[in-house]
Design a protein around this ligand. Structure first.
Ligand code: SAM
Length: 263
């Protein structure tokens, strides 16, 4: 499966995804991933940035609100339509375009930074995505992205729960088997049953790499690793959003910042 076929799956997911995410049901994003990503992000005010795989633009808008001049791309035209509608309703100066991370429609050294919120693990041609991000960054610029944690979002995974329904362990397996487009069917579990009823479940092609594969790809591209994070919700967050309790047991997400060296 190549990036274009993957893009067609995401385009089919885009309408329901946008509706549920905008209604507040993408809770791992809102309560955990996005706050952690922005906590790790360097100062971006006044910088030019590119959001790669922006979806409906939630995190892109947060980048723009931090004072960056943001361009954003996604392979799904439906997601980009939703993002552009938001831009019309509340202009933040964001330039949204339909494009693939594998072939970025920008010149060399066009951006001070690039970001990818939970999008890089969805693209089979990881080498090309990283090479393209590197190419469009100015020397000295940085790339920061989040992915599902390779150690805990393995091909085999099962939550082990105690009688009270609390997760106490995650069973993982097949870590070394690189998935190559197997389809996962799911929907945001935080959405109540009546909201989910009748909605088309997402179909997301899955691609997995081990930790060393990810890090070595970055190093082979020429990036210098700068910072890593494995967000964990604190007790206060779990009280506010009990769905996140399982993310206290293992790291569900891995955040990476890497820099294109100065020439
Ligand atoms: C899990 S969603 C994340 C969306 C958004 N970044 C967020 O945080 O809400 C993954 C996104 O990657 C996009 N995507 C998948 N393959 C892509 C590609 N080759 N180029 C650009 N975007 C891609 C999908 O269309 C989807 O919007």
């Amino acid at each position: 499966m190549d990036h274009e076929e993957v893009g067609r799956y995401w385009n089919e997911n885009a309408a329901v995804w946008t509706r549920l995410a905008r209604a507040g049901y993408d809770v791992y994003r809102d309560y955990l991933n996005t706050p952690a990503f922005f906590e790790m992000l360097p100062e971006i005010s006044g910088l030019t940035g590119l959001d790669i795989g922006c979806g409906e633009g939630h995190n892109t808008r947060l980048l723009a609100r931090r004072g960056a001049h943001v361009t954003a791309i996604d392979i799904s035209e439906v997601f980009i339509q939703y993002a552009q509608q938001s831009e019309q309703q509340e202009p933040l100066g964001i330039d949204y375009r339909v494009a693939s991370a594998v072939e970025l429609p920008f010149g060399d050294a066009a951006f001070d930074f690039a970001g990818g919120f939970m999008s890089f693990m969805d693209i089979p041609e990881t080498e090309r995505v990283l090479a393209e991000a590197y190419r469009v960054l100015k020397p000295g610029g940085f790339l920061q992205f989040s992915i599902e944690h390779p150690c805990f979002a393995t091909p085999h995974r099962r939550n082990l729960r105690n009688p009270a329904g609390q997760t106490y362990a995650i069973e993982v397996g097949d870590y070394f088997r690189n998935l190559r487009g197997e389809i996962a069917e799911w929907i945001f579990g935080a959405a109540p049953k009546d909201v989910r009823a009748g909605l088309r479940r997402f179909q997301t092609p899955r691609f997995t790499r081990t930790v060393s594969q990810w890090l070595n790809l970055l190093l082979d591209t020429g990036f210098v690793l700068e910072r890593l994070a494995e967000p964990r919700p604190n007790d206060k967050t779990v009280k506010e959003c009990p769905d996140l309790q399982d993310a206290q047991v293992v790291a569900y997400f891995l955040h990476i910042r890497a820099r294109r060296p100065k020439e």
